[in-house]
Structures are given as structure tokens and as C-alpha cells.
Design a protein around this ligand. Structure first.
Ligand code: AMP
Length: 176
């Protein structure tokens, strides 16, 4: 059952060489989005992978994280909080900056988005180095939530991003 779902999902992830830069093998999830049976199976797998964490809030990272975070939050009965690139959120917010390979980037979250102490899962489509997810967890802490784990649809294990997120549990549906 689970294996057949994994096969269904895996068949809809497209590997695109040299995007967005030479040497990067990009894992493209758009075929999955276009295949309702596979997308549903993927969200079911994702839900089961994180269910034991008993999360109250799902924090989804712009922008592909939204595509997984929203159905996952509904399936778990959790609240959904978007973490966005600077300048997009209208209300009072806080910001965290984080290092990229070259330079820095930043994420923002509404100040009142998370209930005090809420058990929170940070969600994105792909974990590469883990820097983006780690920054999102920092925002959760600053806002008074409790990060209890990370969920990714795809883990690029050779980049060892998981180590950056320790000791919190890291769950992934597919691993390359
Ligand atoms: P990182 O902060 O290094 O973990 O990067 C994570 C972000 O980069 C995620 O939001 C991914 O969407 C994106 N990303 C990085 N590498 C890839 C890849 N090979 N394929 C698809 N998305 C990627």
C-alpha cells in the first residue's frame, strides 16, 4: 500500500539538470501537482510521516512550501501559518536573516501567527542545505511557538541539511 503510493509519487517528480544553475539537479514537483491521484497519495504519505509529532500549527515556507503545507495542515487539523519573503505580509511581523552560499536572504512571519507554546512543524517542498528551514524555526521560536520538527516532501540527503536541523526530527516523503 505505502510502497505503491511511493511509486505513484516518485513517478511524478521530474529531475531537471542544470536548473537554475549549472550543476544543480532540480527536483520539479509540478508534474505531481498535475496528477491528482499522485498528489493525494503524496499528501497522505506526508501526513502519516508527521502524525506522531502531534502538531498544532504548520508553518509553510514560501512558495512551494505552501503547496504542501496547506493540504497537510488540513489533514492534520492544524492551523496554517505562511512564512514569506520580505515585504509580502501586511500586518505586524518579525524578520530573520540567514546566510546563502553568496549573501543573505530573509523570511518574515506575522507576530501574532502562532499561539504561545504551539507545537509547530516547519514545512517546505525540498530540504537542500537546511538553511531556509532553520531560519523559519527561528521565527517560530521568536514568536513564542515550539518547533517540534520539520517536514519536507523531498530530502536531498547528500547535502546533509538534516544535521543542521538536529536535534529536532526531520521527516521526508522521498529521499534522493
Ligand atoms: P536550503 O535552504 O538549502 O535547504 O534550500 C531549500 C530551498 O531551496 C527549498 O525551498 C527548495 O525549494 C529549494 N531547492 C534547493 N535545491 C533544490 C533542488 N535541487 N530542487 C528543487 N528545489 C531546491
Amino acid at each position: 500500500m505505502t510502497q505503491s503510493k511511493i511509486d505513484l509519487v516518485t513517478a511524478q517528480i521530474r529531475a531537471v539538470p542544470d536548473f537554475p544553475k549549472p550543476g544543480i539537479l532540480f527536483r520539479d514537483i509540478t508534474p505531481l501537482l498535475g496528477h491528482p491521484d499522485a498528489f493525494r497519495a503524496g499528501i497522505e504519505l506526508f501526513t502519516e510521516a508527521v502524525r506522531d509529532l502531534r502538531v498544532e500549527t504548520v508553518v509553510a515556507i514560501e512558495s512551494r512550501g505552501f503547496l504542501f503545507g496547506a493540504p497537510l495542515a488540513l489533514a492534520l487539523g492544524a492551523s496554517l501559518v505562511p512564512v514569506r519573503k520580505p515585504g509580502k505580509l501586511p500586518h505586524k511581523k518579525r524578520r530573520v536573516e540567514y546566510a546563502l552560499e553568496y549573501g543573505t536572504d530573509a523570511l518574515e512571519m506575522h507576530d501574532d501567527a502562532i499561539a504561545p507554546g504551539a507545537r509547530t512543524l516547519i514545512v517546505d517542498d525540498v530540504i537542500a542545505t537546511g538553511g531556509t528551514a532553520k531560519a523559519a524555526a527561528e521565527l517560530v521560536k521568536q514568536a513564542g511557538g515550539e518547533p517540534v520538527g520539520y517536514g519536507f516532501f523531498i530530502e536531498l540527503s547528500f547535502l546533509e541539511g538534516r544535521a543542521k536541523l538536529a536535534p529536532l526530527p526531520v521527516r521526508a516523503v522521498l529521499t534522493y
